[in-house]
Design a protein around this ligand. Structure first.
Ligand code: C2E
Ligand code: CMP
Ligand code: CA
Ligand code: CA
Length: 396
């Protein structure tokens, strides 16, 4: 990576002065730099920097004037780090890391000002606002609420049926996570799964989802008298990134005594961004008998490449294609081609988000075997699912 230009400062010169506007940071490649803070007209030394050290970063990150002066004690060679390069790094960092950076800078400025004897505590707090407050704070709070929520059993699973499009028979379920928090109310997985994935909360949460899903599959199979029913469980890239995933799911399967052939792990193309080792984990897990489904198929940038790189048993055609199928001939052509390709590769196809009868009829005519959506069943609690399908069984 190019760090940009180098500049030289002769011994005895100022690199910048306290209060200047900052436009770059520096890495000291050779020489010695004295950092000073002005106190009652005097320059008071606070640090001596030697080669390899970075300085001048604070004004770039928080946009305030230089917090101290930098003075070359020897002839210095400095690598210039441009404002854009540094800001880009900070703005693309994980939100909680951004919050920590801004907090630490705020604290250092505050210590410097206290040292100078300037300003009251209120003044200092007012001048220096954290750069990236809200989102990071929201995520941090949600993460700690989730950890507590797990301990307090606030999470639960709902199940949505998956059906044979020709016979309309039930073939299995997808487990979908829900979070009922006393203060937040019912939180959608679209909101909390992303935050859980950015932190390590997804690991205990994901473990709990797998265990509950396995146990409920046994109940569903037993109560509905159908040992062939399957359970699809969403698994995030972060879970599969854990090298121990494959051993733990096998241990869980042995403990709960579920048949791995009835368990489908749904992954999205995001798993491919994490690197080769995830594919190894998937391969190992598949060798234990679990099958894999490619979720939201067609929405990523590399759907076909992902099929090439990973052996999946099922493709789930994204709802965006299903909902436009009737009106948009391009959606129809795409679904048609995906179904034909899947057939050739020996892969099942599930169409997601079917809401209307004409969509189900057309999908079946295009050769799509399986479907899921509000037309057939909404996601429901285990008790409601049992009630619905055991009633159907009695009627049949
Ligand atoms: P997904 O895996 O694509 O799940 C399908 C989503 O579409 C579910 O939303 C489901 O309720 C909704 N849906 C099903 N049929 C219809 C329909 O006919 N019309 C419409 N408009 N929507 C339909 P949900 O439950 O809110 O889940 C959203 C996403 O959150 C899921 O998308 C999945 O990516 C993630 N998610 C849910 N549960 C889990 C979980 O246990 N683990 C992980 N890692 N992610 C999960
Ligand atoms: P910036 O505020 O951009 O310009 C002055 C630089 O001096 C500052 O970034 C830090 O890199 C550094 N600096 C400020 N205060 C201290 C301190 N107390 N100790 C060490 N380095 C400091
Ligand atoms: Ca899914
Ligand atoms: Ca999906």
């Amino acid at each position: 990576m190019s760090l940009g230009n180098s500049v030289t400062f002769l011994a005895g010169s100022y690199i910048f002065r306290e209060g200047d506007k900052g436009n770059c940071a520096y890495i000291l490649e050779k020489g010695k730099v004295l950092i000073t803070i002005s106190k009652e007209g005097e320059n008071v030394p606070v640090a001596i920097l030697t080669s390899g050290e970075l300085f001048g970063e604070m004004a770039i990150i928080d946009g305030l004037p230089r917090s101290a002066s930098a003075f070359a004690l020897e002839d210095c060679e400095l690598a210039v780090i441009s404002e854009s390069l540094l800001s880009e790094r900070v703005s693309t960092a994980e939100p909680i890391v951004q919050l920590l950076i801004s907090l630490l800078i705020k604290r250092l400025r505050s210590v410097n000002m206290k040292f100078k004897g300037d300003g009251s505590l209120e003044d200092r707090n007012q001048v220096i606002k954290p750069i990236m407050g809200d989102l990071a704070r929201k995520h941090l709070k949600m993460e700690s609420d989730m950890v507590r929520g797990l301990a307090r059993k606030e999470f639960f699973l709902v199940y949505q049926g998956i059906f044979d499009l020709k016979t309309r028979d039930l073939v299995g379920f997808e487990a979908l996570a829900r979070w009922q928090n006393p203060l937040r109310g019912l939180v959608s997985p679209a909101e909390f799964i992303d935050v859980a994935e950015q932190t390590s909360v997804i690991i205990p949460l994901g473990d709990w989802i797998l265990e509950q899903g396995f146990k409920d599959l046994l109940i569903l199979q037993k109560e509905l008298g159908r040992t062939d029913l399957s359970m699809s469980i969403n698994v995030s890239a972060r879970q599969l990134n854990d090298p121990d995933f494959s051993r733990r799911i096998q241990e869980l399967q042995g403990r709960v005594q579920v048949n791995p052939k009835n368990v489908k792990l749904e992954v999205t193309e995001r798993v491919f961004q994490e690197g080769q080792h995830i594919l190894e984990t998937i391969k190992k897990t598949a060798e234990h008998g679990f099958s894999f489904a490619m979720d939201d198929f067609g929405t990523g940038y590399s759907s076909l490449t992902s099929l090439f790189n990973m052996k999946v048993n099922t493709i789930k055609v994204d709802r965006s294609f299903v909902s436009t199928l009737i009106k948009d001939s391009r959606s129809k052509a795409i679904v048609h081609a995906v179904v034909a390709m899947a057939l050739e590769l020996g892969i099942d196809v599930v169409a997601e988000g079917i809401e209307h009868e004409d969509e189900a009829v057309l999908l079946a005519a295009l050769g799509c075997q399986l479907g899921q959506g509000y037309l057939f069943a909404k996601p429901k609690s285990l008790d409601d699912v049992l009630l619905q399908f055991s009633l159907n069984k009695q009627v049949a």
